[in-house]
Design a protein around this ligand. Sequence first.
Ligand SMILES: Nc1ncnc2c1ncn2[C@@H]1O[C@H](COP(=O)(O)OP(=O)(O)O)[C@@H](O)[C@H]1O
Ligand SMILES: O=C(CO)[C@@H](O)[C@H](O)COP(=O)(O)O
Length: 475
Amino acid sequence: MTAELVAGIDSSTQSTKVVVCDAETGEIVRTGRAPHPEGTEVDPAAWWDAFGEATNGLLDDVKAIGVGGQQHGMVTLDEDGEVVRPALLWNDTRSAQSALDLIDELGGPSVWAKSVGSVPVASFTVTKLRWLADNEPELADRVARVLLPHDWLTWKLTGGDPVTDRGDASGTGYFSPSDNAYRLDVLSHAFGGRTPELPTVLGPAQAAGHTADGVLVSAGTGDNMAAALGLELKPGDVVVSLGTSGTVFGVAETGAADATGEVAGFADATGRFLPLACTLNAARVLTATASMLGATLSEFDRLALAGAPGAEGLTFLPYLDGERTPNLPGATGSLSGLTRANMTPQNLARSAVEGMLCGLAAGLDAVRTHGLDVRRVLLIGGGAQSAAVRAVAPLVFGVPVQLPEVAEYVAIGAARQAAWALASSAEPPSWQENKKALELDEPTEAQRAEGHRIQQRHLEAREAAYGVRRNLGED
Ligand SMILES: Nc1ncnc2c1ncn2[C@@H]1O[C@H](COP(=O)(O)OP(=O)(O)O)[C@@H](O)[C@H]1O
Ligand SMILES: O=C(CO)[C@@H](O)[C@H](O)COP(=O)(O)O
């Protein structure tokens, strides 16, 4: 009997990736990818074009397809289903003041954390709608429907009524993951009294519909939720993803409600929860530093590996695109501790790797404080391909770090969701047999202490430069 095939799509910030898998075992049989345009506002048509390019010739015998997409992006449609304005992405910080206004107007951070699981920052859709209402009211008046990137792609595939899932909906700021319901009062308040249509929230294994060719389309989800599904996380597993964003997350049985805003209390794609901390600066810290040094990524790795642990006193706070955690949307990066002796390409490269990872280590402390048991870190995303990152991560994180076989876990998770919807089973198929992970070298006690010192220095520099206090998990 020939295997049934399912496809998973990862429509993330920088590209669309596709995997086609055996529905029963998860074995990957084909892959594809296509780039997205630069920028923090993008015409959704570019994602559809990238989808077409990435899947070209790959979907002929596929029975089901699922879409994982970058979270939070605001896609606005008019009465005719036409896009009203380019989508504002999760990393667009223009709505930072709108976030502060909304927090204030609706009762403060604790009220937000309790009602929708998260305190909104500029990334959240709800703040983008407020920005639109305040700054482009004539466009806001034309908005009949608001979707997230994955909702829009799913809708393009089925042509039916727009749908979403609980995981991606939980990143809007107008959905309560604990009540499993939209907060239309919050939506309407944020959008100046307007009440656009929202997509129906499907259950984890429900189908969104079918393509014109009869391929089943699953509900889809946000990219981090899809990665969690693809990795089949167990209690104690925490993912650190180094893509455009840096994210730290794990699956929990109860939702987080962090009034400090460091941890977002998202839902996952299985009916559980996904507490998550997110930075705006991850893999691109490495690529920007490599480009400043005139180095390729492998030359950059060689430089960083030749730099001394602690970069001989250089501290790089890598807020190159502003920052989200800590919430410093207008921040710029800084490099401190320079001397004539330590100012070398090797130390600069090393400090970029350490600075980026220290931001994620703070996220690790934050999710630990909010209930996640951190027994091991699974390192994924484009930045995990860096040899220097692999060498430094165990020191800075201070727990065992595993590198799941380099593969596209968002797309794999979306494919697993498609296989689940195809089987209509109570639980998703287990693809665990196909999972291999490389155990990175455990740090010695001395290296662990070094990692701790690097993290302490990073936190002190953060406090000195931006007044950010340490969170509860830090000593
Ligand atoms: N060896 C490497 N070292 C550092 N960065 C890398 C390496 N390989 C890929 N990247 C970076 O990873 C990023 C892409 O990661 P990915 O997880 O696909 O991002 P996203 O999902 O946000 O689109 C790009 O910025 C790319 O340059
Ligand atoms: O906003 C978040 C998480 O809340 C980001 O993680 C986006 O979902 C984009 O992901 P990548 O493109 O970096 O994978």
